[in-house]
Write a protein that binds this ligand. Structure first.
Ligand code: ADP
Ligand code: MG
Length: 402
């Protein structure tokens, strides 16, 4: 399915409910990192420039269904107004008569930012009456929050039943396009690099990738679960013991197919992950008692760089080591350079992976940075995301007026 685009909507003079991801970090009631707000600008500008009136909504944090002043979107409204250079009115809530009248009072060039959707438990419950209330001040719906598309919440799914021709925002569109190409039409050789900490979240993804990739390079804390499954000692390193059986099944499947599955050949280890601890490089894949694996070693870096070199397609999720703490960012840094050097089509997914790449100043070396986190991983694993499924099919004929 190709989702209808905000570009195909006739937004002039209409109030457009825009679901964005303004789940930004706050510090002292100010936005500490505005990356996600900036990412929404193309869609908001596209609506404003055509005379549309954005009614913007997002969640922020986990207020658990009640108002929490520290999780108000007010700081985001201030930041958005500064970035757009236009007036952004902050609503006191996300539903109710006052919100409706503020929306109806919008004038061309102005936007309304609703208060945190998750101040109401009905949002996460995808409540029908709440969905209708959310829709009531708007005439069209645009979803630009790909990172929330794997959740069947009221502002993502329920609301789409109450507004005609629900469409994808530009950010959502770019994500769907890049991830569909990766999932359905990757050019080979296709090399996937998987690291990070959350093995349990990524098992389904690995199972799905194993039939498609030429090589699978595993690093990060995830590697220790796989090494343990292979019977290699991992000392005091992190592993997810309840996933060992699944890891073993993946190793068996890779061995039976023609996929090259590579595990680290050596590691950088220390007695503890605390900064400033003396570290060593292991002579081989085994880690001694009392030692913690914190990064891939130099032989692994070299082997992984060689393995990725011929790739026409690269997907990377998860840092190869404890990249927040120097010198354990070396493996991640080396991998980023090696991927950049391939000249192939490359996608990076995962919040921590993107943060690491931004910090290294290498973000422009990749074809697409997928901000979706869990949503990207589910999409690639072949799961139909409820928030994407709820959008109108651009190829499915026009239902109702533009
Ligand atoms: P992403 O957000 O990119 O999907 P994850 O959330 O799965 O990635 O994992 C990122 C985290 O994994 C980072 O905080 C990183 O420090 C940690 N990590 C990676 N390798 C190790 C390791 N060997 N030991 C401890 N933590 C690690
Ligand atoms: Mg993470």
């Amino acid at each position: 399915m190709k989702a209808l685009s905000v570009r195909d909507l006739d937004v002039g003079g209409r109030r457009v409910f825009v679901r964005v991801d303004f789940n930004v970090p706050l510090k002292d009631a100010r936005v500490a990192d505005d990356t996600r707000i900036r990412a929404s600008l193309p869609t908001l500008k596209s609506i404003l420039e055509r005379g549309g009136l954005p009614v913007i909504a997002s969640h922020l944090g986990r207020p658990k269904g009640k108002p929490v002043p520290e999780m108000s979107l007010r700081p985001a409204a201030d930041r958005l107004a500064a970035l757009l250079g236009t007036k952004v009115i902050q609503a006191p809530d996300c539903v109710g008569p006052e919100v409706d009248s503020l929306a109806r009072g919008l004038r061309p060039g102005e936007s309304l930012l609703l208060e945190n959707l998750r101040f109401h438990p009905e949002e996460e419950a995808n409540d029908e009456a709440f969905s209708r209330q959310l829709a009531s001040p708007a005439e069209r719906y645009v979803n630009d929050a790909f990172g929330s598309a794997h959740r069947a919440h009221a502002s993502v799914v329920g609301i789409t039943r109450h507004l005609p021709r629900p469409a994808a925002g530009l950010l959502m569109e770019a994500e769907i396009e890049a991830l569909t190409r990766l999932r359905d039409r990757p050019e080979t050789p296709y090399v996937a690099i998987l690291g990070g900490a959350k093995t349990s979240d990524k098992i389904d993804l690995i199972l799905n990738l194993i039939d498609k990739v030429t090589a699978l390079l595993i690093g990060g804390a995830m590697a220790y679960t796989f090494l343990k499954a292979r019977g290699v000692s991992i000392g005091a390193s992190r592993s997810e013991d309840d996933r060992i059986d699944q890891a073993r099944a993946i190793l068996t499947r890779a061995a039976a197919s023609r996929v090259r599955l590579e595990l680290p050949l050596d590691h950088v280890v220390a007695r503890s992950p605390a900064p400033g601890q003396a570290c060593e490089v292991t002579p081989g894949p085994a880690i001694g008692d009392g030692w913690v694996g914190l990064d891939v070693g130099p032989r692994t870096r070299e082997a992984y760089a060689l393995a990725v070199a011929p790739a026409r397609t690269v997907f990377w999720n998860g840092p190869l080591g404890l990249c927040e703490v120097a010198p354990y960012d070396e493996g991640t840094r080396a991998m980023a350079r090696a991927v950049a050097a391939t000249g192939g089509w490359s996608v990076v997914g995962g919040g921590d992976s993107i943060a690491a790449i931004n910090k290294l100043g290498l973000s422009s070396s990749f074809s697409h940075l997928s901000t979706g986190g869990g949503a990207s991983l589910e999409f690639l694993a072949g799961v139909e995301l409820p928030g994407v499924a709820a959008l109108a099919d651009a190829g499915g004929g026009v239902q109702g007026p533009r």
